[in-house]
Design a protein around this ligand. Structure first.
Ligand code: F6P
Length: 326
């Protein structure tokens, strides 16, 4: 395919810090290549409704440091119907958009696979989710910021936990993925981490907590991913209290605070490199792939592989946590 004259840019699914930095990089790289960039508002929903506008270089001024997304975002159910995809295709054609850059997570890439089975508009995906659960990149845009927000919060919780000799069970985001829990837990010295990817030996953990108490280690931080097997921090707390009734526990659910805020340096640079690379890739005729960074190098992974393969949680980190938190 020759270089597209017009491209559409969209953010979809849960927002993540760094999406604005990505949009800025895409727009400016497109303009550098004499490609006209169009912003598609509210993800696939805005695509099918025709909520699309041309973006000028000034539209992306002063956004590199801002959380959220100037294009807004949504999880569209309508798009997953034949009529929805047809409407999206009609709107793209109406605006003479010849290629797409799609920023989002797992759902965004799945949507892209279905859309391109039917309508052959070239597209490059960019991993934008705080969950870090996409195959084909070491890190997704927003993950570093989210983890740093969780660390900031858990450090404060540890102060009060220590002062009161309490156990705190902190719930972090991650419906299907434990990366935020694993990384924030490791960085905050959490004693136990519950993640969806791993089944916990609850009895062993309860015994270990009782041993801790016998040796006067009264403060424990447990980091729980919201999608863990027990159902979240409240459920884990209830299970512990059932077996050790005299233990004082408190639950903190960090929630959407992890999705907002100014992106870290790591996320701004990742978003800029990937945004720049995505447009260069489209201009060079690549399509149907997600751009990522693995071991510091830009790589491309077919959409179908990003969504099908589960990114493995590093077992060595899980083992290390057990050693370091004793
Ligand atoms: O996918 C990102 C994420 O923040 C998950 O960690 C979380 O489970 C989900 O989105 C929450 O989605 P919503 O904001 O739609 O409730």
């Amino acid at each position: 395919m020759s270089k597209p004259a017009n491209i559409g840019i969209m953010t979809s699914g849960g927002d993540s810090p760094g999406m604005n930095a990505a949009i800025r990089a895409i727009v400016r790289t497109a303009l550098f290549h004499d490609i006209k960039p169009f912003g598609i508002m509210r993800g696939y929903q805005g695509m099918l409704e025709g909520d699309i506008k041309e973006l000028l270089t000034t539209d992306v001024s002063n956004i590199i440091h801002r959380g959220g997304t100037i294009l807004k975002t949504a999880r569209s159910k309508d798009f997953m119907t034949e009529d929805g995809m047809k409407a999206a295709y009609d709107q793209i054609s109406k605006h003479h958009i010849e290629a797409l850059v799609l920023i989002g997570g797992d759902g965004t890439m799945r949507g892209a696979v279905e859309f391109f089975k039917r309508y052959k508009i070239p597209a490059i995906g960019m991993p934008g989710t705080i969950d870090n659960d996409l195959n084909g990149t070491d890190f997704t845009i927003g993950f570093d910021t989210a983890v740093n927000t969780a660390i900031w919060a858990i450090d404060k919780i540890r102060d009060t936990a220590e002062a009161h000799d309490r156990m705190f069970i902190v719930e972090v985001m991650g419906r299907d993925a434990g990366y935020i829990a694993l990384n924030s837990g490791l960085a905050c010295g959490a004693e136990y981490i519950f993640i969806p990817e791993q089944k916990e030996m609850m009895q062993d953990i309860l015994t270990s907590i009782q041993d801790d108490r016998k040796r006067k280690k009264m403060t424990n931080i447990i980091v729980v991913a919201e999608g863990d097997e027990f159902g979240g921090a409240n459920e884990v707390s209830a299970l512990i209290k059932q077996s050790i009734p005299d233990i004082e526990t408190r639950v903190t659910i960090l929630g959407h605070i992890q999705r907002g805020g100014s992106p870290t340096c790591v996320d701004r640079i990742l978003a800029s490199r990937l945004g720049h690379g995505a447009v260069e890739a489209l201009a060079a005729g690549r399509t149907q792939e997600m751009i990522g960074i693995v071991n510091g190098e830009i790589v491309f992974t077919p959409f179908a592989s990003c969504v099908k393969l589960q990114k493995p949680i590093p077992d060595d980190l899980l083992e290390m946590i057990k050693v370091l938190a004793k």
